[in-house]
Ligand binder design. Sequence first.
Ligand SMILES: *Cc1c(COP(=O)(O)O)cnc(C)c1O
Length: 392
Amino acid sequence: MENKVKIDIDFILNHLGEERENYYNAVAPPIIQSSNFSLKDIPTMRKAFSNEMKTHLYSRGNNPTVEILRKKIAALENADDALIFGSGIAAVAAAMMSQLKSGDHVICVESPYSWAYFLLTKYFPKFNISATFVDGKSLVAIENAIQPNTKLLYLESPNTLVLDLQDLEGCAKLAKKYNIVTAIDNSYCSPIYQRPIEMGIDIVIHSVTKYLNGHSDVMAGAICSSQEIINSIFENEFMAFGGIISPHDAALVIRGLRTLPIRLERSSSSTEKIVNWLSNHPKVRKIYYPFSNTHPQYQLAKKQMSGSGGLFSVEFDCDDILKMEQFVHALKYFLIAVSWGGHESLMMPTCGFYNIPGKENSHLPVSFIRFYIGLEDPNILIQDIEQALSFI
Ligand SMILES: *Cc1c(COP(=O)(O)O)cnc(C)c1O
């Protein structure tokens, strides 16, 4: 599908927020590496303290380089405003904390990002906040989990391991009926392929570390929302916990954003090619990819996403852990690594989550591998997988 609302991505990525006349008409924005800003007189001081988010007073609040990035990411999500954090999980934690107090209940989709799961199962219970995990594929399951104290519905569509989706418009409608705030981790799609605010979702979170920066050299996160919610998060979690990004890293992300659409286009078209090739391979049992027509939620994916990017999972026809290890070791163009969204192709093989001293084995089979397709030539990647498949 096409996104319903047209936003001017080219203007956002190349010009929005860049007031070049303020810095010698430099094309690339300067890195304002300053912790504080002097105030020329007392009226200026009063003005700065009256609205810290909009003026330059102290870089934990508003730094001019970070502000450029903030405006661009907000506009990409078609949100009123955004806040930029030093990691994706700092953004997740701040967004959750902003909506919850002692005694509240959260509904979360099954198998969310691991540290979001940690926050909801291990950390928030000590503040008497409880969570129920539901099959997000079913609006009925979500509705059945609602309690009188449910305050937040936390979504991740698609998630980044088994690629389950939620019906975002349906979730937004349902939550509004019960006065529940909705938040989504939109890292998988990026705002280029899915804009949840346009579908009625309240809060959008990103691991900027992934596609938005796109070069595997910065950790960052973002929250996009209404002005009211962003103002509240700024005055509370953002200023009080201080999980900010540095101006230098913000400048790197601004540089990364310039090429976001072409990086995604390349990664998506290569992934489609590779997924098609794998789908017909006799050594493949199952492919998890929303834009593959065998995905059980293919119609929903086509309805609410305009692209699917470079992340997918595969179950190979092999239950022998040693053979799976040989396959993994034979791949020359795929690094074994967590994360994704950069220039380089990666894999996260489940066999590495077996036999870790002191840890339970993964609940996924050893034949399961999550792949991320970077910017390399897809034909070379296919050849690489083909030669490695001789080991299984
Ligand atoms: C990586 C990731 C996060 C966490 O982001 P960090 O930048 O690593 O803190 C959150 N959600 C998803 C889906 C991710 O892939």
